[in-house]
Ligand binder design. Structure first.
Ligand code: SAH
Ligand code: SF4
Length: 357
């Protein structure tokens, strides 16, 4: 049997497993203390466990499977990590510095099958889902990298906005969220965690039914079906009316604010008319809706799209504001290091393909 990553188990699952093996329940909390608080990298360093327990852990688990390939720092402090998985696949994770703290953008799949027409991740079809352990380890590895700088820096915020569609890998992503949120582990506050989806409607209902405070963001990008179906083919399966019904259910169930992401694409979705349509769409839920206007990160293969002009962004923003819709223009991070969704990874894959030829 191949050994799995210790980072993939929730505290409950680890506890159950230990009890099955004839170990005491409290060992689980001790092990978590070593891996998430002391952040050691070898089972042998767990000095309060017996040799027998350490051997048991070593027989069943590995302490992670990710191998750091590249750590690239931009002028604004954004750091991009490229990791190699045990099967050779590459994923990327980004660390950003905000005024409110350090935030990590986590990848949930190797590639993405949703295939939005403006996205670098969608260019490379999904290879496989990530396991919960591989998602947790992105964070652990980055925190270990911060530990090595010895500046007492701690990751405080998480966005699941890297490569992949988290709701297309629902159960492992939910386990990942449980693990990083758990107070006995990394203890990232639920209000500091945001999951972004392209709009897989049935999973929005499921997510709404979970009793926690984790934030939800919806990649909307267009205020009508004609336009949205053109740039996001998922809209053909789950059109805006169905998406908004699910959003209403989420709002009524959680009473939490929801973010709508909107990439500003020049002459495509950035006219005043679309701003007015968007305001109308969100009118009834404007007390709980928040629009994030995102500057488009040019992708080489999608030359049909350009970034909106500044004037268009300002007009769009002001139109929303005048209609009483909360909006913000998202700050950009690390543009000098390909920090946009999937870009470093796709460049690296192209480079490796060239080398293999
Ligand atoms: N699959 C999920 C989460 C990952 S994508 C989703 O689509 O929501 C995270 C965000 O980055 C999404 O809002 C996505 O639309 C956006 N994005 C993708 N490509 C982009 C690009 N080239 N420039 C700017 N934002 C992009
Ligand atoms: Fe996948 Fe999100 Fe990119 Fe769409 S925007 S292709 S859902 S990662």
């Amino acid at each position: 049997m191949s050994r799995t990553s210790i980072y993939g188990l929730t505290l409950d699952k680890l506890t159950d497993w230990l009890v099955e093996q004839g170990e005491k329940k409290f060992r689980a909390a001790q092990i978590w203390d070593w891996i998430y608080l002391k952040r050691i990298d070898d089972f042998k360093k767990m000095t309060n466990l017996s040799k027998k327990t350490i051997q048991l852990l070593e027989n069943y688990f590995v302490m992670g499977t990710l191998e750091k390939q590249i750590e690239q720092k931009a002028k604004d402090g954004t750091t991009k990590f490229l990791f190699k998985l045990s099967d050779g696949n590459l994923i990327e994770t980004v660390l950003m510095l905000h005024e409110y703290g350090l935030s990590v953008c986590v990848t949930s799949q190797v590639g993405c099958n949703i295939g939005c027409s403006f996205c670098a991740s969608g260019l490379l079809k999904k290879n496989r889902d990530l396991t919960s352990g591989e998602m947790v380890e992105q964070l652990v590895k980055i925190q270990q990298s911060l530990d090595a700088r010895a500046k007492d820096e701690r990751v405080s915020h998480i966005v699941v906005m890297g490569i992949g569609e988290p709701f297309d890998n629902f159960d492992p992503v939910m386990d990942f969220l449980k693990i990083i949120n758990d107070g006995k582990g990394l203890a990232i506050g639920a209000r500091h965690i945001t999951v972004s989806t392209s709009g897989i409607v049935p999973k929005i209902y499921e997510f709404a039914d979970i009793d926690w405070q984790i934030n939800l963001a919806i990649s909307l990008h267009a205020p009508n079906n004609e336009l949205r179906s053109r740039i996001m083919k998922i809209n053909r399966a789950y059109p805006i009316e169905k998406l908004m019904e699910a959003v209403d259910y989420y709002l009524q169930k959680t009473n939490r604010r929801i973010t709508f992401e909107y990439i500003m694409l020049k002459d495509l979705n950035d006219h005043k008319q679309e701003a007015l349509q968007l305001a109308k769409l969100l009118e009834k839920k404007r007390h709980l809706a928040y629009v994030n206007l995102i500057p488009y990160n040019p992708v080489e293969e999608h030359s049909e799209y350009q970034r909106s002009e500044k004037d268009a962004v300002v007009t769009f923003y002001e139109t929303l504001k005048k209609c009483g819709i909360n909006a913000v223009v998202r700050k950009e991070f690390g543009t000098d290091i390909d920090a946009a969704c999937g870009q470093l990874r796709s460049k690296q894959i192209k480079k490796e393909r060239l080398i293999k030829r």
